[in-house]
Each structure stands twice: as structure tokens, then as C-alpha cells.
Design a protein around this ligand. Sequence first.
Ligand code: HEM
Length: 417
Amino acid sequence: MSFPLCPFTDSRSNAAVNIQLFILMPDLGAEDVLTQGGKDIAFADYSPLWKNHRRLVHNSFTLFGEGSGKLQTIVQEAAEDLCEELRSCSGQSSDLSPVLMRAVTNVICRLVFSSSYQRNDPEFLTVMDYNDGIVQTIARGGLVDIFPWLRIFPNKDLKKLKQCVSVRDQLLHRKLLEHKMTLTPGEPRDLLDALLIGQMKGSGGEDDITEDHVLMTAAEAFGAGVETTSTTLLWTIAFLLHHPQVQERVHSELDECVGQARAPSLSDRSRLPLLDAVLCEVMRIRPVSPILIPHVAMQDTSLGGHSVPKGTRVLVNMWAIHHDPKHWDEPEQFRPERFLDASGRRVTPSSFLPFGAGPRVCVGESLARIELFLFASRLLQRFHFSVPPGASLPELQGRFGVVLQPQSYSVTVTPRH
Ligand code: HEM
């Protein structure tokens, strides 16, 4: 029997459960440096403290998300800046990656500590610089520390990582102090405020978060929220270059349902099912996190007939789930229609899990979906994307950095109106 293999690991999945099992090995350092030994959410062990911490973050994303419209305003403004930047290089061959990265980083800066930056603001350049340093050193290390069975993290990368993390922590610490001095309990302005209020409300129990948890959560919003979202947008444009007829249909949908006079808003989402389906199909065919984040068995158990001793590191092979021919007809084909029913309404197949599932499902899922929709809809409302004359179509194989990303490619951006 053959199984859909994730090309980015060398392990065969078990088709019944699509899970890969590894014996837990000692951690090697980078994860500790990044998170002060698990004071974030993603790498913290399951515990009452982690539950409380995650709840605080989830509640603040909900507060700023669909309900209040604050996040919509932040993303729409960032999308406007992005469009202006693209307009200035229209007709030229461009690499979208740094432009998208800047736009998404700016959203996270506003959401986390309410700073809104111009492109060349020195503080913004510092943020971009240390984030890039962290991403590059981790990617070069082959994710060894996050996936520690791979190999020892090279020392020079660990040194560079420590430098970047130190600059990051100094900046976040300064923001934290400024926030403490201007905080109004009951009126959180951003994620830092919401976490500080959560910390102040602690009852002195074992689930109280500390100031270090507040700092590491702020840091994690960048680590988990920038590369994932900007890379998904990059994949979206790459697939639309390969499928120009799909791009045309998305343009028509936007013209009919939104027009040109105003920016798309979240209330348009249900009226733009094709665009929504394109984003889903991109996350199915190229999940940026194809083996999620490693999980650990908390007790002896079994999965699909394999015994799983307590402490086993468990990897969920999302790549295999998203490419399993039992669930997806011709899984290698890019077909947004999979996510539409016969009357064109959006549907969600049960084997579609780009944000994971269960208690450790991505805590930024709703935030990410809002960003993806608002950025993609505004970009496609205003621009046509094409392959520059003489250039090749983007390579769709992908490469594994911190996330699964496309090889760099160039695109010509042409204003539509
Ligand atoms: C397209 C964008 C994104 C994708 C595809 C994505 C995907 C994922 C996946 C697959 C996981 C692991 C789930 C598991 O192991 O079971 C995860 C976890 C996580 N994500 Fe995201 N993510 C995205 C954006 C974001 C954003 C914007 C944030 C926050 C600003 C965020 C914060 C987190 C955190 C904190 C965790 C760890 C959750 C926990 O362990 O409880 N993510 N994400």
C-alpha cells in the first residue's frame, strides 16, 4: 500500500491515522532561547497555566477581532499602504515577499503594542531586522531545535539567534513599561494591555501568568503570525499565476459584489465564496505548517494500532491528510471548487485542517483568516498579477524554512482600474 508522503520529512505516514511518531529527545537550546523555556503558548506544556494563558490571548483576539472591527480597520489600513507600495512599482518585475512581510508585520505591531509605522521608521526596521534574523537562523538550523531529532543546532546560529532575541526582548520590554504607565484597567488598547490586565487579575494560584509570559506572548505573535500569513498570501499569488482563469473569475466576483468604489470588508466574505475557496485550496495544497507543531503523548495510549508510550513526540502529518486521495479527488490539482457546493456556497470538508484541531488548534486562526481575506480581496480588487515577460512561472514544489514557502519568484503587478 502506498501513502501520501510529506516531501519535507523522511518518514512514512500511517494512512489510517496520518500520524508520525518519534521518541522524545532532549531539547537542544534554540526553543528555550526563543521562549524563555516555554513561557509562550506554542511550546508550553499542557497545564492550568498554559490553559489560562491561552484563554487570555484567545479572548483578546476575539475582543479586537470580528466583534469590535478594530482588527478590520488595522488590516484595511495596512492593505491600503501595501497597495500604494505596489502601485509605485506597477509594470515592473517585483518580488512580493518583502512587501507582504512588511505589511503583515505592521498589522502585528499595531495589534500587539499599538505602534503604527512608516516603512522607513528606524524602530520598524529594527523589528523587521530581528524578526528576519530569528527566522533565518532557525531556518538555517533546519528547525533542529523545534524538531530536535534532526541534528545539533550550529553554534554560530545559536549565537546569532541569541543576539536577535536580545534586541527583540529589549524592545518588547520597553513597550511593556510604556504600557504599564498608561494602562487603564477595563480598557485594553492592544494585546499587551489585555495580557497585563490578565496578569493583574491573577489570584496568586499556579495558573497565574508572569511578566515574562506577557513578553513571550508578544514575541510569539510575531513568530507565529507573520511568516505563516505572508507566506500563505505568497502561495496564493503563485497559484493564481499558474491559473489565470481562476484569477479572472475572482476579479469578476469582486467587481460584481464589491465594485471599485470601496474597500472589501468582512461583511463581504459570505458574498465572495470563490475568493474564500481559493484561500482554502491554497492552504490545503500547500499548508505552511505541514507537520503542525510537535505534540507529546501525556499518557500511555495507542493510535491506529500503534502503541504510544507516555512522553512520545507525536507529529500530525497534515500534508498527508491534505493530499489523501481517499478524501480529495486528484489531490495534486489546484481546484478551489472543492470548497464550493453545487449552488456555489462555501463548504468545509472534514479533512481540511490547516490550523490543526483540538485544544492546541492555532489560537490565531480567526485573526489569520481575517488578515488573509482582507489582504487578498483588496489586492485582487485593485491589481492584476502576471508573470513578467521572459520569466518562468513560480516553482510550486516549495522549500522548508520556518514554514513551507515557495521558491522566490517575480511578478508583474498591473493596476486594474
Ligand atoms: C495562515 C496563517 C496561520 C496558519 C496556517 C497557522 C497554523 C497553525 C498551526 C498548524 C498550528 C499548530 C496546531 C497544532 O499543532 O495542533 C498553529 C499554532 C499556533 N498558532 Fe498559528 N497559524 C497561522 C497564523 C497565526 C497567527 C496570526 C497567530 C497569532 C498572532 C498564530 C499563533 C499560533 C499559536 C500561539 C499557536 C500555538 C497554539 C497552542 O499550542 O495552543 N498563528 N498555527
